[in-house]
Design a protein around this ligand. Structure first.
Ligand code: HEC
Length: 160
């Protein structure tokens, strides 16, 4: 006998599917801060800039993301993990010290642009993290700091 595609059957199937995918967990291991390569540790940013970076950028651009409760729920957890992987692949403040000077310059420029244009932190992130929605003052301060960093002569350039 063929099963009918009733609303009830579909609902049961969806609940079943939801329960099954919960077994596919994301990797939540974080690494301890390496102060010899970490951006914050290396750049002597003031407390406010440090705070902004931590609440608005480090969840996706470092090896120390925090995982709120809803990161336990698939498929939301997969989607968030994907952002973290993507974000830290493009820019990882935890390994800043390993970047070549040219790369540092380039990344700083991109950071300035992203923050000025309000593209970072991502809006899907600030939706759940209200505290990461930067005020104009926070943006100005962060951008000011990044620009200052970018204007500093890098050791490699001083030799020329
Ligand atoms: C919710 C996660 C998330 C947060 C929070 C976040 N980013 Fe991103 N960021 C990403 C992802 C994902 C990408 C890569 C895809 C893209 O460009 O949209 C990215 C890309 C970037 C890039 C481009 C890097 C490149 O090489 O293309 C820069 C620069 C950047 N982010 C800076 C920041 C800064 C600065 C903050 C904090 C003010 C921040 N991001 C907060 C997820 C995040």
């Amino acid at each position: 006998m063929k099963k009918k595609l009733t609303l009830k059957n579909i609902s049961i199937f969806l609940v079943f599917l939801f329960l099954v995918i919960q077994s596919i967990r994301i990797d939540k291991t974080t690494e301890p801060v390496n102060s010899s390569t970490d951006f914050i540790a290396l750049t002597s940013a003031n407390a406010e800039v440090v705070n902004t970076l931590k609440i608005a950028c480090y969840d996706c651009h470092s090896n120390q993301p925090t995982y709120p409760w809803y990161t336990n729920i698939a498929p939301v957890s997969w989607w968030i993990k994907h952002h973290i992987n993507e974000g830290s692949h493009h820019l990882n403040f935890s390994i800043w010290g390993t970047y070549k000077d040219k790369r540092k310059h380039h990344k700083l420029e991109e950071c300035i642009e992203m923050v000025e244009e309000g593209e970072m932190p991502m809006s899907s992130y600030t939706l759940m993290h209200g505290e990461a929605k930067l005020t104009d003052a926070q943006k100005l301060q962060l951008v000011g700091f990044l620009k200052l960093k970018n204007a500093m002569p890098q050791p490699e350039e001083e030799q020329h």
